[in-house]
Write a protein that binds this ligand. Structure first.
Ligand SMILES: Cc1cc2nc3c(=O)[nH]c(=O)nc-3n(C[C@H](O)[C@H](O)[C@H](O)COP(=O)(O)OP(=O)(O)OC[C@H]3O[C@@H](n4cnc5c(N)ncnc54)[C@H](O)[C@@H]3O)c2cc1C
Ligand code: FES
Ligand code: FES
Length: 483
């Protein structure tokens, strides 16, 4: 392995900032970007509302260099550990104005009266800035998606949406475009060094490899280290449960884990690709996955969260899991000296339990190209449409031959301690005509097949009813032309 170093570097206010955790004992490697920024008197714009990714008051934008071109994404700074921004530009609301002249997104918030108490405003402005950098004249759906992760309790969203429409139709060149080459050079200077960042403090050890071989070697060396990919699950252990994560292996910046490749028989998705990118790539290729990701968390969450993290967390309500089972996806697991492919269905072993070995990482997911007449759908039922976790979810696939069920997979989330197939229901339907009366009979079997929990989200009876109704919806959609 290359030689370790223990300082992180990123660009803030157009300059490279170095953070050496041993000379700053008030900072931990798991200090969040939110708390780091708020430790300065001149960076109090970023706010804490919830510290769990739900309100967007802490939104900031990070820029990454891709061959001289910067890409911008809005993230929740309350979920990001400081070393995760190593090698990136961190942009905060204080950084937007240009020599006293407001950025177009700020000016339009003023023009459209987009702020009242102002608590949410810096976060909203950063979401608008992310939108401005990624879209010109976005439609209403894109604007609403960019604002899903920002809660405002007083202004109402109409003035904010108007501000977005006006700012994003502006053709002026902002200072970020003018300074792009200079910032790209600064980021290049930092990222040239691919040696692992190793931060050792009296209570925590934080490892941030920058290549896959280094990541695999560290995984074997520190098998008990907490893995961090997007941190959208892991950060809550610190911010909400107040756990001290003593040993962390941060794999958020491994280029080899961030691919989406179409092969002859498969799509291969790198475990470290964030879900917003997975959503973009899957648009026409894997429409059911695209649809599920449209209602996954918020843009800020999807810009962090990875597919590997959703699978590795093995939550009974992990939204991609039932669908990946329906797609017959396989998980690629790599150790320093071996690799294997495991059916996702077999990989999930129980409540937040997987078949991963102590020295393995999930490196990719293989989704086979199913025959073109296979019908695949995903469904999510939650208390509200946006930024909510599932009460019940479903990933279904169906292959018919002359109107009869040749193959069917009905996988559910929220119905058991892990995402699970309704095997008895599938068995009943196999080789039967795909008719409403057969599906209605199957719904009765389905209701007895699971014993879901009653919890704060829903009662067991409600969950069973929803599961049955999702099957009926699947039938309706797959038997009604045009649906
Ligand atoms: C506000 C909010 C909204 C959310 N909304 C949704 C939602 O709508 N649907 C949903 O399903 N989830 C949701 N989540 C949960 C979370 O965002 C997802 O589970 C996400 O996919 C986790 O990915 P990550 O990369 O952030 O995981 P991390 O937090 O980085 O990792 C979680 C765990 O996964 C495992 N892991 C990660 N990468 C690997 C790897 N390469 N190899 C082996 N193991 C690995 C490790 O055990 C790790 O500790 C939400 C979370 C928040 C905070
Ligand atoms: S503080 Fe609410 S999303 Fe970060
Ligand atoms: S302006 Fe008060 S919360 Fe949005």
């Amino acid at each position: 392995m290359s030689s370790p170093h223990d300082t992180i570097r990123f660009v803030l206010n157009d300059k490279i900032v170095s953070v050496d955790f041993n000379s700053n004992p008030e900072l931990k490697p798991t200090t969040t970007v939110l708390n780091y920024l708020r430790s300065f008197p001149f960076h109090k714009g970023v706010k804490e509302g919830c510290a769990e990714g739900d309100c967007g008051a802490c939104s900031v934008v990070v820029a990454e260099n891709h061959g001289g071109k910067l890409t911008y994404k809005t993230i929740d700074s309350c979920l990001v550990f400081l070393p995760m921004i190593h090698g990136k530009q961190l942009i905060t609301v204080e950084n937007l104005a240009d020599a006293g002249k407001l950025h177009p997104v700020q000016q339009e918030m003023v023009n459209q009266n987009g702020s009242q108490c102002g608590y949410c405003t810096p976060g909203v402005v950063m979401s608008l800035f992310g939108l401005y950098k990624n879209h010109h004249n976005p439609d209403r759906e894109v604007i609403e998606d960019a604002l899903t992760g920002n809660l405002c309790r007083c202004t109402g969203y109409q003035p904010i949406i108007k501000a977005a429409e006006h700012a994003c139709s502006c053709t002026d060149t902002d200072k970020f475009k003018l300074h792009e080459a200079k910032i790209a050079d600064l980021l290049d200077e930092i990222n040239r060094d691919k040696s692992t960042v190793e931060i050792s403090t009296p209570y925590q050890n934080y490892y941030k490899p920058l290549t896959l071989p280094d990541a695999l070697a560290l995984r074997r060396k520190y098998p008990h280290a907490t893995l961090v990919s997007g941190a959208s699950d892991t950060a809550l252990r610190q911010t909400k449960k107040r756990e001290l994560l003593a040993e962390i292996l941060d794999i958020s910046d491994i280029a080899e884990l961030k691919h989406f490749v179409e092969e002859e028989y498969n799509y291969t998705i790198g475990s470290g690709l964030n879900l917003e990118q997975v959503k973009a790539h899957s648009n026409e290729k894997l429409p059911a996955l695209h649809k599920m990701l449209q209602i996954f968390g918020s843009l800020q969450i999807r810009n962090l969260a990875t597919l590997g993290g959703n699978i590795g967390s093995a939550s009974p309500i992990g939204d991609t899991l039932p669908l990946l089972i329906a797609y017959k996806a396989k998980v690629k697991l790599q150790s320093p000296d071996s690799q294997r492919l495991v059916n996702l269905e077999d990989f999930i072993k129980g409540y937040r339990l997987t078949d991963i070995r102590y020295d393995e990482l999930i490196t990719a997911v293989h989704i086979p190209k199913l025959p073109s007449d296979t019908l695949v759908r995903s469904y999510k039922v939650s208390k509200r449409k946006d930024l909510d976790i599932s009460t019940v979810s479903g990933g279904f696939s169906l292959h018919l031959e002359e109107g009869h069920v040749k193959e069917i997979i009905l996988a559910f989330g929220g119905m058991a301690d892990q995402p699970k197939r309704a095997s008895e229901t599938e068995h009943y339907l196999l080789w039967k005509p795909w008719t409403r009366s057969n599906v209605e009979h199957a719904m009765k079997i389905l209701i007895h097949e699971f014993t879901p929990l009653s919890d704060a989200r829903a009662g067991a009876e409600y969950r069973k009813l929803v599961a049955g109704n999702l099957l009926l919806k699947f039938y309706t959609e797959t038997s009604t032309p045009g649906l």
